[in-house]
Design a binder for this molecule. Structure first.
Ligand SMILES: Nc1ncnc2c1ncn2[C@@H]1O[C@H](COP(=O)(O)OP(=O)(O)OP(=O)(O)O)[C@@H](O)[C@H]1O
Length: 288
């Protein structure tokens, strides 16, 4: 996908020919004496939707915030587009930050700003663009996420939950990022709204080549749009792979999560675009 900031040379592909967009190695995070992440490794590949799951309190948000440098870590290395975050100059760090978009769990829009102004915040922070161009870019993002054109002039309090998620996604996409982090994007949405949001994410991946890191408890999302799943357990990534890999992984928590009563109502798809299959099932999220 095109970037406002010209991209540098992409990192070398791994042994399987995949481009590693994000690599986390040996990550250790503790709060006082409580260790939350212990020597955790994770890779995210370009163009994939990675679903990140784990029991409540396992540390999914902590990892996401650690990657985004909102939480300090005691140990480990984080590479974005092959660059070690801690070793690049400040100017390049800012450029790397611009390649990442984030949608926090509650949308986290500024209530005193309109949708358009919210979307333009990252543009104001990182770019020096004329107002007309920012208006045009905001309109493009609003259309991209499937909101009506007049949504740009609305305040968050005037939006439904689904519209807030879309507006927050539009803001996450403001700078044409390579990788977006979504923290439980379908929580609080009704099953139809959740399915539509999943479809939107898949469409953005397919059309823009967007890479998505999605923390979720939503089994429908995991079965329908995620290309790969990583499970956080015992303070590290316990298993990663396809839905089929999850279904055959011999661990009590993974078994009960992916083979439990709710999961059994969702027929495992053979392809990623199986929302019609998952809609047959129960769209409730599991809080482990
Ligand atoms: N700033 C902090 N200070 C101290 N402890 C923290 C802090 N942030 C998170 N924790 C602790 O780290 C652990 C992991 O929390 P985290 O929010 O990452 O879990 P989670 O897997 O995202 O859970 P959920 O699925 O319920 O959202 C929890 O025990 C939490 O209390």
């Amino acid at each position: 996908m095109s970037n406002i900031i010209p991209s540098d040379k992409p990192p070398e592909p791994d042994a399987n020919g995949r481009e590693v967009l994000l690599s986390a190695r040996d990550i250790c995070v503790s709060f006082g004496t409580k260790t939350v992440l212990d020597h955790l490794d994770l890779d995210v590949y370009r163009g994939e939707i990675l679903g990140f799951v784990g029991a409540s309190g396992a540390g999914k948000s902590v990892l996401m915030r650690t990657i985004l440098r909102l939480i300090p870590r005691q140990k480990g290395e984080i590479r974005i587009l092959g660059r070690d975050y801690d070793k690049v100059a400040e100017e390049e760090r800012v450029k790397l930050d611009m390649r990442l978009g984030v949608l926090f769990q509650q949308g986290a829009l500024f209530s005193a700003l309109t949708v358009k102004e919210n979307i333009q915040l990252p543009m104001r922070e990182y770019l020096d663009l004329p107002r007309d161009l920012m208006d045009e870019l905001a309109a493009v993002k609003i259309e991209l996420v499937g909101l009506a054109r007049d949504a740009g002039d609305k305040y968050p309090s005037e939006l439904s939950g689904g519209m807030i998620k879309r507006a927050a996604l539009a803001r996450a996409l403001a700078l044409d990022p390579d990788l977006v982090f979504l923290d439980e994007p379908t929580s609080g949405l009704d099953p139809i709204g959740a399915a539509e949001f999943d479809e939107l994410i898949a469409r953005l991946r397919d059309t823009l080549g967007l890479t998505v890191y999605m923390v979720t408890h939503d089994l429908d999302s995991l079965f329908s749009v995620c290309d790969r799943i990583a499970v956080l357990g015992n303070k590290r990534v316990l298993v990663e792979g396809t839905i089929d890999d999850m279904l055959s992984f011999d661990d009590p928590w993974v078994q009960s999560y992916f083979q439990g009563k709710r999961a059994r109502t969702i027929k495992a798809p053979t392809s990623r675009s199986s929302r019609e299959t998952t809609m047959v099932g129960n769209s409730e999220s599991i809080k482990a």
